[in-house]
Every structure is written in structure tokens, then in C-alpha cells.
Design a protein around this ligand. Sequence first.
Ligand code: BGC
Length: 762
Amino acid sequence: MNVKKIVSEMTLEEKAGLCSGEGSWHTKVVKRLGVPDVMVSDGPHGLRKQDLSIENSTANESIKAVCFPAACAIAASFDRDLIHKIGEALGDECQHEDVSTILGPADNIKRSPLCGRNFEYFSEDPYLASEMAKNHIQGVQSKNVGTSLKHFFGNNQEHRRMSVSDEIDERTLREIYLAAFEGAVKDAKPWTVMCSYNKINGTYASENKRYLTDILRGEWGFDGYVMSDWGAVNDRVKGIEAGLDLEMPGSNGINDARIVQAVKDGRLDEKVVDQAAERILNIVNKYKENRKPDTEWDMDAHHELSRKFSGECMVLLKNEGILPLKKGRKIAFIGKFADKPRYQGGGSSHINSFKVTSAFESAKNMADITYSQGYDLAEDRIDEAMIREAEEAAKNAESAVIFAGLPDSFESEGYDRTHMSIPDCQNELIKRVAKVQPNTVVVLHNGSPVEMPWSDDVKGILEAYLGGQAVGAAEADVLFGDVNPSGKLPETFPIKLEDNPSYLYYSGEGDKVEYREGIFIGYRYYDKKNMEVLFPFGYGLSYTTFEYSNLRLSSESIKDTDKLTVTLDVTNTGKIAGKEVVELYTGKKHSKIIRPVKELRGFEKIELNPGETKSVTFNLCKRAFSYYNTEIHDWYAETGDYDILIGKSSRDIVLSKPVHVESTVKLPVKLTVNTTFGDLLEMPEASKALKPLIDKVKTAIGMQSTDKENDKENSSAISDDMCNAMLKYMPIRGLVSFGGDKSITYEGLEKMLDELNRKLNK
Ligand code: BGC
């Protein structure tokens, strides 16, 4: 298809028409010019293709498919290869089903445990989120199927998601909320990006040129097309101008007509419509020209993949010698989720799974398992009879495993949670069973942190997240030791909701939500405040043990333009094979900038046999040391000493080494009469230039005689003494008041500073 030629032959009406969907899931056909339609479908952790064989089928009637672990779980694997493979499997399913683009991954940051859609998101950390999204995209697109990286951006709550304005400062946007998308766009080049519903600093994401065009395309090199989230269009003309190419679903031609009218009225340049049509057709073409209609996929094989992956995502949070359970023993499985696991979330990502395996079914051939329901999912009511039955079963067994977590109604797209608890009836059940059976383990199903008031009462806790349709089988694998758990938490579990940094402002007031915690979300906040948490970011246990040693850096000192290679050895010191996630953080102790204590800059997952040692290598560049400097609107690594921190979790740093980083970027100097002497003295050139004047002030305020270093030319020596003096925080205009020299005027001073600024900024 010669896209440019076709667009040039299209009428304005045809072009505008192409810029909105045909119904919910298709792009438009332009028969006259041989333009075919293509289908898009949800995503992200399975294929939710509307069943077109059903007459008048609604968007919710989808074909049978395989539900893989949701993003909340996948992120816990910290495994790039695993999510890549899920992407490949989805790509095959799409090719087989003739779906050109799968709507995902969803890459919004988990700002608060309350966001109803957290289960679809990866992490509180932008680096982890972006690495996961990147590999998902690369996996799907390796099959010549597109992805739609969503929801760009700021859809961090479901409350008023279609109208709320996220009020976020520039540094926070860059370091946290945009950063989650940045790496994924730059490195994986998604075919499409889906804009979010919300506004960002007052402007709808769907008509926000700064993000849809300037940053996404201009800075990050995105070259696909942007589609709207379903119904996210507010003003279609503003939207297309800002860079929103495709409106989904179609608006029955209403918005297309507005585009046409705007061009006719001269309010919109037709070239903008041409460009959007061209971008859409390029992607349609890309899919069609390399279509692989013969792609087969085996549902059962993908179910087995889902089981394998689910096991790799589980996070062992507590294990006081109880896990793995011994096979062949009498064990009480308790809780509805043992029989009917909650394995995915509600809303647009909901997969019509062709089968679901429960832990109860799967463990039956591993041990003598009894099952008691324990609680009801329909309502949160403590059912004494059910609890007594569970207590009895637990007493009569050697150990008890309680399957608990959030029911569907507690966590879904479309609304937020109002608290961080699991249902009271489940909390009560766990407390009561743990009292009669000391060997109790809790397995959790949830997409986001929950409070665990019983965490001290039980011997084991396994976080299964929403692990996909084979989660039950994977749970049995992990509980009985066929799979050694290797997941780590992609988010902090605070002790209680009120500890979360966004707590005071989450949800917002009316149509505004202020992100007042700024960059301090998740562990960035808990670490800075040195707060106790229930389970920290990056934490997770194994059935074996690992020892880290021999940390080495390629250099002790680098320029910000250099690369730093960090290597260490990891040994499996236990008795069984296992996988370990090695985490690398950087931190700057003495920074002039308010920064987190440490930030995740690398992770690797390795597999080790007992006694085996492997080296793990990380390559770091400037970004690993940078913060976003809002003066230069760019990433900036301050000159100074940084710590390279290697951790088993964010709170278990086992190796560290310092590295000196020298900035090659000169920050602009803006001296004004209100610049303090203290700040001035930190700029050697500037303080040298003003030294004679400064000396006069010092004399005037009686410091000259005590200043022993005064004779030295080195101005930083002066600054040492002056640091303690009142001069440090005195503005330069003090020269007029204290200079003792009538010839120094404000005008003269300003002129002098202007000249100095010019010289210093050359
Ligand atoms: C969701 C998207 C989804 C779309 C299509 C929207 O409501 O926010 O994530 O892809 O619907 O189902």
C-alpha cells in the first residue's frame, strides 16, 4: 500500500472518517481506494477479542482465551524474559485471531494502594514499570502485532477518571509518571499509544500537545499513532491538532464532521488530518503486509505457560520454617479462593478464560487435602458456622493454608478502593484458624497491597497476586516446593493505608487531584522518612539462600558522559536450585537537591544451582545518577560522590561502593541582587570577581580581622570561614547597606551582575 498516495487521493471526509473507529474495535475501510480495516482488542494479559460470531454481540462477549498473570503479578517476577514470552504468546494469539493490535500494556504508576485498576499496572517504581512494559511490547511486536501503550498518562486513580485533572509538578512528571512510559517508547517503539481519560495540569490528555506531540514524538521519537482511550475525546478538533490521531470508538461520525467543518472554516489545517490518516494507515499497512494468518496457537500449551509464569511471579513474604509443605500429609485448605481463585481483575481486561485451575484441585494429588469454604464472597459477613468448620478442619490437619484476598467487588476498573483491608470475615477467619493451628499459611489474591493485621500470627505468607487462570496450579507448585518462589515485591506494602504518601490528597477535591507528595512515592517516601513498612519494595524470600560478594566498579570516578560497569558475584548457598533478583540502586548522600535516599537503576534475575556462583553485570549511564533539573529542563547529574547499592530488597542492601561522578553540563548562572553570598561563594569565578566588594562588607561587619585565610586567592577558603557567619545568607544587595562604599548603588550592582552573568554563561 502506498500510504502517501492513498492519503493524497482521499477526500477530506474520508480522511476525517479514518480518524475514528468503526464501532468499538475496528478502523475504517475505504473501499474505493482499497484501504482495509483492522481490528484492535484488549489486553493486556490475555486476548479479549469480541466474539463477532455472536449476532449483536456486546463488547463484553469475548472469545475463549488464556488469561496470563496480570501486570501486578508479572512485575513481581522482575523477569524481562518472562514478560517478553507472554508478549510473544499474545502476539501469536492475535495473529491467529487476526487482531492487529492488542491494547496494552498498561503502564501507569501505582501511586496509592487504592487505585481500583492497580492490578493492571506494574509498579510504584518507574524504572521497573518501564522495563516491564518495554519487554511486553517487544514480545508482542516480534510477532508483527501492534501494542497500545496505555494510558498516557496519569490515570493513577479510577475516581472521576474521565474528568479529573492531575496537578503534577514538572520534576515529578519527568522522574515518575512520564518516566514509566519513556523507556518503553524510546526502546520498544510501540505501534500505538493510548491517551488517558484524565487531564494533566488542566488539559485533557486527549488534547495535550505538550505530551502527545512535543514529548512523545519530539523528544522520545514515537512514530506510530495515538488513539484515544474509549470515550476519552473531549474536543476532537483540539485533539487532532494536539496529536490524537484515532478516536475510539467512533462517535457515529459526529466528531468526524467537526474535523471537516474546522478545516472548511480554516480553523484546522488539512495537513493535520492528512498526517493523522497517514500515521494510522502506516500501522494498518505494517500489520497487513506482514500478516501471518497461519499462526497456530495451542490453548493448553499457553495454559501451561501461564502456570509456569504464575509460579515465577509469586512472592514469598514470610516463612518460619513451614514452606514448602511436605507432600503426602494431611493439610486443610481453607477459603473460597482455594476452590475458585481470584486470578484477574474486572473491567476491560477481563478474559473469558477457557479453563481455570484451583489450588484445591491441583494439590489433591500432592497431599491429603480437605477443603472448607471459610467465608462468603458475596457479602462481608462473619459466618460463625463456616469459621467453626474451618477451625475444625485446621485442628484435624497437620497444617492449614488459607486462601484469602480481595473479592472482585473490592478492586476493579471504574472505581477505587476506599480502604486497604481484605474483608473482615477473612481477617477474622485467619485469626481464628491461626489460633487453633500454629502451622498456618496465608495465600493472597489481590492486585495491590492489603493490610495484614494477622501477619504475626501465621507462619507463612505467599503473595500470589492475580496470577492468571492457572494460578491455582502454580500455587500448589510453590506451596509443595516443585517451584522455588523467586518473585519480589514491585511495590511497598505499608503497615496501614494512612502511611502511604499520597494518602492526604489521593482522589482529590472535585475535579482536581494534587500530587503533593511529588517524587516521594512508594519506597522513595518510606525510605526518606525511615518508616517501618510491612514489606518493603523489592522484597521476597526463597527456599534457598543467596550470598552476594565481590562488588567491583569499572572505575572509581567517571564523567557523566561515561558508562559505569558494575559487577558482583552471587552464590546459591542453599540446598536447592533457585532464582534470585539482584537489585541495583543509586543514592547521593550529600545533595543540594532534595532527592530520594536511593532509586532503582537496575535489576537482573539469575538462576543458580546449589553451590553455583554467577557474575551479574549492570551498565549504568548518566541517567542512573540524574534528577530532572527544571532550570535546564533536562536530566542532570550533580558532580559528587554517589553510592552504588546492591540489595536483596530496597531495605536489605548487602554491598555498596562509592563512585565519583563529574558533571560535564554547566548549569546557567543567574546572579541577582538577592543571590546570597553563601551561594555566590560556591561559584569560584563569580566570587573571585566580586571579592574586593565582599571584603569591604566583611570589614564592615567586622569579619576581616578574624579571617586568616583572607590572603589566599582561593575563594573557597574564604567560604569555609564565612559559612558560619551571617554573611552566608545575606543577599548581595547587602553590599549597598554594609559595603561602606557610597559608590555602590543598586543600579551599579545590577549592571555588574548582568555583565558577570553574561560572562559566566558564555
Ligand atoms: C479502558 C482501556 C481499554 C478500553 C477498551 C477503556 O475503558 O480504560 O484500558 O483498552 O476501554 O476496552
